[in-house]
Ligand binder design. Structure first.
Ligand code: ASP
Length: 336
């Protein structure tokens, strides 16, 4: 029997049309796809239905509330389908894939995000290939996690980053091998996939002001951190420091602001600005200072995974000490 896949269209280039102002999201993806897919191709694909969001967005407008909406949609339809494809803009796809991985823990079906760099409406595009292969993966393969499929690569969603603004090979997982590749044949690295789980879904309402991100730079005034951390709604801050997690420890104002924040119960997590490798807080004396003031090392988490994980843990009401612990513990393959 054919498997049954739900395609959820949230917006993004894949379904956009040209306008005077550049590409804009347009409804009617199903009709367009029917024009582009021959009857014969459809017969050889898993059966699918398309659910199109009423408000389609350019994903650069994504809000944490959109993760909640998408999470609820997936949970609502979960029992009725064998797998899911989420059509999403590439700009923030890695954030949404990461957020969904925390919301939908213990998956026993595939949830595959995809999109494209050129819209399906254009004669030359990467949309059809990305969509068709994502559909085949979602319908026919034993994947039990949130993935991104793009340009022949099957990637763990919460390890992925958009690395190229214009290349078809927009996504990669700098700290994790690809989970599969689609060339002439589809080959999965089954030993790398998360084990089939028992669903433990939790779709929280996020406070968009709860988490912020500070990219450190030479000469940064410490008061920038102080001002950011003074917001009473801010519960978590990601800092991006240099190399293996080294901050400018001679910047007294900055270090004091981070220390006070941790003492007040705000969770500060240290990530590296490097694309590859992990934080080793203490390899250098500069980094070791963070260990003494309660800043948590973020291992090899991507910014997207760290940001959504921190949001998720805060939104689900975990106390600060537990959040600090969990930020250092892999919960769904997001860190080594
Ligand atoms: N701006 C678009 C979006 O993220 C880019 C894309 O989809 O490739 O929605």
């Amino acid at each position: 029997m054919k498997s049954n896949v739900l395609i959820i269209h949230t917006g993004g280039t894949i379904g956009m049309h040209p306008s005077d102002q550049g590409y804009v999201p347009v409804a009617g993806f199903n009709e367009l796809l029917q024009q582009r897919l021959s009857k014969q191709a459809q017969q050889n694909l898993p059966h699918f239905e398309i659910l199109e969001f009423e408000k389609l967005i350019d994903s650069s407008n994504i809000q944490p509330s959109d993760w909640t909406r998408l999470g609820h949609t997936l949970v609502e339809h979960y029992p009725d389908y064998d797998g899911f494809v989420v059509l999403h803009g590439t700009d923030t796809m890695a954030y949404t894939a990461s957020a969904l991985s925390f919301i939908l823990q213990g998956l026993d079906k595939p949830v595959i995000l995809t999109g494209s760099q050129i819209p399906l409406i254009e004669p030359r595009n990467d949309a059809l290939d990305n969509l068709i292969t994502a559909l085949v993966l979602a319908g026919n393969y034993p994947i039990s996690e949130v993935c991104i499929f793009f340009n022949g690569r099957l990637l763990r969603g919460n390890r992925a980053c958009k690395l190229r603004a214009t290349g078809f090979d927009a996504f990669d997982t700098p700290n994790c091998p690809w989970l599969g590749q689609a060339g002439i044949h589809i080959e999965l690295q089954e030993h790398l996939l998360l084990e089939r789980g028992a669903p433990r879904f939790l779709v929280p309402d996020f406070n968009p002001n709860a988490v912020s991100l500070l990219h450190l730079y030479p000469g940064m005034p410490g008061r920038i951190a102080e001002q950011l951390l003074a917001d009473p709604q801010l519960k978590g801050l990601l800092i991006r420091s240099f190399g293996v997690g080294n901050p400018p420890d001679k910047n007294r104002e900055l270090m004091e602001a981070l220390k006070q924040a941790s003492a007040r119960g705000q969770v500060v997590v240290n990530l590296t600005q490097c694309l590859q490798g992990k934080v080793s807080q203490g390899a250098y004396a500069t980094g070791a200072t963070l260990n003494n003031i309660g800043v948590v090392p973020g291992s090899d988490l991507t910014v997207e995974a760290a940001f959504t994980k921190l949001h998720f843990l805060i939104a689900t009401g975990q106390p600060a000490p537990r959040i600090r612990e969990l930020m250092q513990t892999p919960i769904c393959g997001e860190q080594s």
